[in-house]
Design a binder for this molecule. Structure first.
Ligand SMILES: [Zn+2]
Length: 167
């Protein structure tokens, strides 16, 4: 399986998250050639603002494997991790991070939709790179990853939020 294959799997998971009423973010971890966990954005269900898929994936990994094995694992996510998740990735020492849509592209598009004011774009690369333990690859399949969010996810949610139909 290639990085692209795993990223497309995160797109499917992100869609699943959205269909379940959450935000369209997802992650998975590959270890020894196997997907060992798939996580969705769980903020809404857990009532926990830190329950991002990347953090949930790292927590899941540590429940099942030894601490020193994470350098052989790779984390895939459909959007470049936020600063909080990048910090968790930094401290976990996971071997690789592969993401699709860059934070810069994502934030620019969100700002365009006037969903929230433009925020300073701190990409995961800026936080993780000084460590040297985690190799970072991305953006990858960015056009596909962003199109998925643009055309299937946020427009609907944006309308729901505007009209107050979301429960
Ligand atoms: Zn995050």
């Amino acid at each position: 399986m290639t990085d692209e294959t795993y990223l497309r799997k995160t797109f499917d998971l992100a869609f699943q998250a959205f269909e379940s009423g959450s935000r369209p973010f997802a992650a998975l971890i590959v270890f020894d050639g196997q997907i060992i966990c798939e996580t969705l954005d769980e903020r809404k269900w857990k009532m926990d603002p830190t329950a991002h898929p990347e953090v949930e994936a790292i927590r899941t990994f540590y429940k099942r494997f030894d601490l020193d094995q994470i350098n052989r694992a790779a984390l895939y996510t459909n959007v470049e991790p936020c600063p909080m998740c990048a910090g968790a990735i930094f401290y976990s020492g996971i071997g690789r991070l592969v993401y699709s849509v860059s934070r810069k592209s994502f934030d620019s598009w969100v700002a365009q939709c006037r969903m929230r004011p433009r925020q300073r774009c701190v990409g995961a690369r800026e936080i993780i790179r000084p460590n040297g333990l985690t190799r970072v690859r991305g953006p990858l399949l960015e056009k596909e990853g962003l199109a998925l969010i643009k055309h299937h996810f946020f427009p609907l949610r944006f309308e729901q939020e505007k009209t107050g139909t979301e429960n």
